[in-house]
Write a protein that binds this ligand. Structure first.
Ligand SMILES: [Zn+2]
Ligand SMILES: [Zn+2]
Length: 329
């Protein structure tokens, strides 16, 4: 007799928590005041993660209980400034962050393109469904605007990638793309935010037919099951990298040490290196989660627990850090 195990755990654990990825380019007159108020709101709703606020808008990746995240979405959207925020929502079995950080920066994603306002000019949105239909056409160039450590572990089939360590370097690379000037260009990134400015910058540089994958790889994975996305998608929470392709997945990355096909993403256990790398099971065992012998022998090397994700010491963590009105909840 065939014994079939019911996936109790999967059903029970999936869905208690949500991870939200979102941004909204929208003018905030008093970023400092808004930051304070928003930080308190997050504490009150047990929201954790990283939120960046600037005079140009808001950008966040957060986690929380399903009910708290749903409340967050509806409260943020009730604010007319953020009514058009597009949330990418994924289920998770626990918080994806240990802390809440709500920070002020000059830009909600660091691009150096401070004068570009995506509300005035940006590439035409392609929704995931439209992207799926267009992506294999010969006259389309799919441009990955993310950095090396991201596209090395996963990218769209046939995508053009850039040799950059940080998105700030994107503007310098546009020269290399001149040969595609008369083609249709579709930019993509993790959640869509980088494309807002990247596509605008291309338009400014004389590219005429520029589109962007709205909601990025994550939304395409959720809505269209990620067809033709090869490898994993690097994310900015403690999952490190996630699967997005449920149609035709393949591994494109190689173990940093031995070169075998591998998509296990780790951070090097040496805190001073913290290299984001694919590391196979056996190399990781051998090097105790480090990317090299040198890192393995580093005096501050963190103990390897098989995940390659290292929590900062949260003893004594005070979520009110950064607030002016301490303990005023
Ligand atoms: Zn290996
Ligand atoms: Zn290392």
């Amino acid at each position: 007799m065939e014994i079939r195990r019911k996936p109790y755990n999967a059903i029970f654990f999936m869905g208690n928590y949500l991870i939200l990825l979102y941004y909204c380019y929208s003018k905030i007159e008093d970023p400092e005041g808004f930051r304070e108020q928003h930080h308190l709101y997050c504490i009150q709703h047990n929201i954790r993660g990283r939120i960046i606020i600037s005079s140009e808008g808001i950008n966040g990746t957060i986690s929380g209980l399903k009910k708290d995240c749903e409340q967050y979405i509806s409260d943020l959207k009730a604010d007319p400034r953020f009514a058009k925020t597009d949330f990418k929502t994924e289920q998770h079995q626990k918080h994806a962050f240990e802390k809440i950080h709500v920070r002020i920066k000059d830009e909600i994603v660091n691009s150096g393109l401070i004068d570009i306002d995506p509300n005035r000019k940006t590439g035409i949105y392609l929704e995931p469904k439209e992207f799926k239909e267009l992506k294999n056409r010969d006259d389309i160039i799919i441009l990955d605007v993310r950095s090396n450590y991201e596209h090395k572990i996963g990218k769209f089939k046939n995508a053009v990638t850039l040799d950059i360590e940080h998105f700030r370097e994107f503007p310098e690379k546009v020269e290399e793309l001149k040969k595609y000037k008369d083609k249709k260009i579709v930019t993509y990134c993790t959640g869509g935010i980088k494309c807002e400015k990247a596509s605008a910058f291309l338009l400014e540089k004389g590219f005429s037919d520029v589109y962007q994958l709205h909601g990025g790889i994550i939304k395409y994975g959720i809505e269209e099951k990620g067809e033709d996305f090869q490898g994993k998608c690097y994310v900015f929470d403690n999952r490190i990298a996630v699967d997005v392709n449920k149609i035709n997945p393949e591994v494109i990355s190689e173990c940093f040490v031995c070169g075998t096909q591998c998509d296990r993403m780790l951070n090097c256990a040496n805190p001073e290196c913290n290299n984001h790398i694919p590391l196979c099971e056996s190399c990781a065992q051998e090097l105790e989660g480090a990317c090299s012998e040198t890192c393995k022998n580093h005096p501050q090397k963190r103990p390897y627990n098989g995940t390659g994700y290292y929590q900062k010491n949260t003893n004594g963590y005070n979520p009110y850090i950064g607030l002016k009105r301490k303990n005023s909840v």
